[in-house]
Design a protein around this ligand. Structure first.
Ligand code: HPA
Length: 278
């Protein structure tokens, strides 16, 4: 069923009102923790932890290693809201349902979205456990996004910064964190496919050929929603496996979760620096 904007707005309001009962803090930053990356939330001084099934109109998390709860509290004394577990289009949600939490977190007060994911590297310079900060994406999820943008044609690229979607200052700050903590952060392009399967060797080859550095099955809908709300976005990808199409090994979900966990401390360092520099 197609929602009128009013009905959608009322759903967001209901979700937001429910969450506000449990936390008076207005979060400044919203954080979405993807596969294997949920541990960052343990650094938050929690005020409230709300399972998604209790929040009106929040979908349910069904993906592996996605806890499915919203954590409100402070990190580095900054009020934040974090999603421990996200929604993927492959779980069957319409785009508007999958991104409703982004709208709700923005309505709670968040002006910045930090979004993370696990991805497969196709850039041969990448290694499992690396972090890539997204400066662009290629959307091959083939879902209609018109509701997100009210049917208007929205620019995504800028002459000055290259991107309007991914905030240049936040990207530079993340790269700086890597230099200070002695780990290398790549910068590059995320190709989004719907999944839920990992790719054939031909698909990995295609992803590389069309200009991708990594491939994954999430993030783009949330980034588009945040952009439609004029939020600043920092998107961090934990590279869990690197595809070598001519000597391909098997990618398994368990391996993806394990390697993403190795990358989690780097992600935490980047987020903590971002909050300190606000
Ligand atoms: N492909 C798609 N998504 C992924 C991968 C991959 O190889 N690894 C982790 N997420």
């Amino acid at each position: 069923m197609r929602l009128t904007p009013l009905q959608y707005s009322e759903k967001i309001d209901e979700a937001t009102k429910y969450v506000r009962q449990y936390s008076a803090n207005e979060p400044r930053v919203a954080i979405i923790l993807g596969t294997g990356l949920g541990n960052l939330a343990t650094h938050i001084k929690p005020e409230a932890t709300l399972p998604y099934q209790e929040i009106p109109y929040f979908p349910q998390s069904t993906a592996l290693s996605h806890q499915g709860q919203l954590v409100l509290g402070t990190l580095e004394n900054v009020p934040v809201v974090a999603m421990q577990g996200r929604f993927h289009l492959y779980e069957g949600y319409p785009v508007t349902d999958a991104v409703l939490p982004v709208y709700a977190m923005q309505r709670l007060g968040a002006e910045i979205l930090v979004v993370s994911n696990a991805s497969g590297g196709v850039n041969p310079k990448f290694t499992g456990g690396d972090i890539m900060v997204m400066n662009s994406h290629i959307n091959l999820m083939f879902r209609k996004n018109s509701e997100l943008f009210n049917n208007s044609l929205v620019p995504m690229s800028s002459e000055q910064t290259g991107t309007l979607l991914y905030d240049r200052e936040l990207i530079d700050q993340a790269l700086q964190t890597g230099r200070e903590h002695d780990f290398y952060i790549h910068e590059g392009c995320y190709v989004g496919l719907t999944g839920p399967n990992y790719e054939t060797r031909s698909e990995y080859r295609m992803v590389r050929k069309i200009g991708g550095d990594v491939v994954g099955m999430s993030t783009i809908p949330e980034v588009l929603a945040a952009h439609s709300l004029q939020m600043k976005v920092l998107a961090l990808s934990a590279v869990t496996n690197v595809a070598k199409p001519d000597a391909l090994s098997e990618t398994t979900a368990e391996e993806v979760v394990d390697i993403a966990r190795l990358a989690e401390p780097k992600l935490t360092a980047i987020v903590i620096d971002l909050l300190r520099n606000l």
